[in-house]
Design a protein around this ligand. Structure first.
Ligand code: C2E
Ligand code: MG
Ligand code: MG
Ligand code: MG
Length: 282
C-alpha cells in the first residue's frame, strides 16, 4: 500500500505529522467507544422541491460529541471510522436510527442516508437494510441511500450487485457529491441512479461564476436527458436559488432553507413551511 507507506515515512520524519498521528490515534480510540457511550446523534436537513417549495424529505447527518474532545466534525471522523472498520457498526446504527425517526413523522417524506463504501460491499448489506426496514416499519420507497463514486471504484461489481438488490426492494439510490470524483460520468453509466446530487463546491457562487454555471447547467441537462432528478447541495444565497430555478433544477438543499436540525425540530419546521406557503398563496 503505497499510500500507507508514504504516510509512515512522513510520520517518521516530521514532528508535526507525529503530533497529527497522535491526534488520530486518540480520535480512533474515542471513536471505538462512541456508539456504546451513546455519543452519536443525527441531525436532519430538509430537501426542497424547487417548484412547489414543499419539503420532499430530509438527509440524516451524523453528529459526534465526546466529553473530552467536544464536537468532532464528520469531515474528520468519518474517514477515521472508514479506515478503522468502525463505520460498519456506526453505519448500521445510523440506518436504524434514521429509518425509525422517519417512520414516526406525521407525513411520509423521504429519508436520505449516507452509505460508506465499506457498508456497500458488505456481503449482507441489502439484507441488513431489509431487516431494518421491517423492524422500523418504514416503506422502502421512502428510503434513499446516498452513495459516492468511491464505492463504485473500489469494487464496482459487488457494489452494483448490492445496489440492484436494494433497488429491487424499492429503495432509492442517489449519487452524492457529483462532479468531485474522477469518473462521475462513467459512474452514471454503471448504474441507474434515482438522483444526482451536485456537490456544493459548484453551487457556492454559481450565479457569479461562468465556469460553475456552465457545469451546473450541463449537469441539470444531463439529469433531464437521463430522466434522473437533480438536487443542488449547499444552497445558501437567494441568487444561487434563483439561478437553479431558472435552470430547472429539481431539488435543493442548503442553509438557505435550513441547517441540519435535531429530530425534535422537524415537525415544527414542516408546519412553518406549510404556513409560509399558505401565507404566500393567500
Ligand atoms: P454530504 O453527504 O455531502 O452532506 C452534505 C454536507 O454539507 C453536510 O456536512 C451538511 O451539513 C453540509 N451543508 C448542507 N448545506 C450546506 C450549506 O448551505 N452550506 C455549507 N457550507 N454546508 C452545507 P456534514 O454534516 O458536516 O457532513 C459532511 C460529510 O460527512 C457528508 O457530506 C457525508 O459525506 C459525511 N457523513 C455525514 N453523516 C454521515 C453518515 O451518517 N454516514 C456516512 N458514511 N457519512 C456521513
Ligand atoms: Mg450526503
Ligand atoms: Mg454531498
Ligand atoms: Mg460530502
Amino acid at each position: 500500500r503505497a499510500k500507507a507507506d508514504a504516510y509512515l515515512d512522513t510520520v517518521h520524519f516530521s514532528p508535526q505529522l507525529d503530533a497529527d498521528n497522535k491526534d488520530r490515534l486518540a480520535l480512533v480510540a474515542a471513536l471505538t467507544h462512541a456508539l456504546e457511550r451513546q455519543e452519536f446523534t443525527l441531525n436532519y436537513q430538509p430537501q426542497t422541491d424547487i417548484r412547489t417549495g414543499e419539503t420532499a424529505g430530509f438527509e440524516a447527518l451524523l453528529r459526534w460529541r465526546n466529553p473530552t474532545l467536544g464536537h468532532v466534525s464528520p469531515e474528520r471522523f468519518i474517514p477515521l471510522a472508514e479506515q478503522s472498520g468502525l463505520i460498519r457498526h456506526i453505519g448500521r446504527w445510523v440506518l436504524r436510527e434514521a429509518c425509525g425517526e422517519a417512520a414516526s413523522w406525521s407525513r411520509p417524506l423521504g429519508i436520505a442516508i449516507n452509505v460508506a463504501p465499506q457498508q456497500l460491499v458488505q456481503p449482507d448489506f441489502a439484507e441488513e437494510v431489509s431487516d431494518i426496514l421491517i423492524e422500523t416499519r418504514l416503506a422502502p420507497e421512502r428510503l434513499e441511500l446516498e452513495i459516492t463514486e468511491v464505492s463504485l471504484i473500489e469494487d464496482q461489481e459487488k457494489a452494483t450487485r448490492t445496489m440492484s438488490m436494494l433497488k429491487a426492494m424499492g429503495v432509492h439510490i442517489a449519487m452524492d457529491d457529483f462532479g468531485t470524483g474522477y469518473a462521475s460520468l462513467a459512474t452514471l453509466q454503471a448504474f441507474p441512479f434515482d438522483k444526482i446530487k451536485i456537490d456544493r463546491s459548484f453551487i457556492a457562487g454559481v450565479h457569479a461564476n461562468t465556469q460553475k454555471a456552465a457545469i451546473v447547467r450541463a449537469t441539470i441537462l444531463l439529469g433531464r436527458s437521463l430522466e434522473i432528478p437533480v438536487l443542488a447541495e449547499g444552497v445558501e444565497a437567494e441568487e444561487e436559488l434563483a439561478f437553479l430555478r431558472r435552470e430547472n433544477c429539481h431539488c435543493v438543499q442548503g442553509y438557505y432553507y435550513a441547517k441540519p436540525m435535531p429530530a425534535d425540530r422537524i415537525e415544527g419546521y414542516l408546519a412553518s413551511v406549510t404556513d409560509g406557503r399558505k401565507r404566500a398563496a393567500g
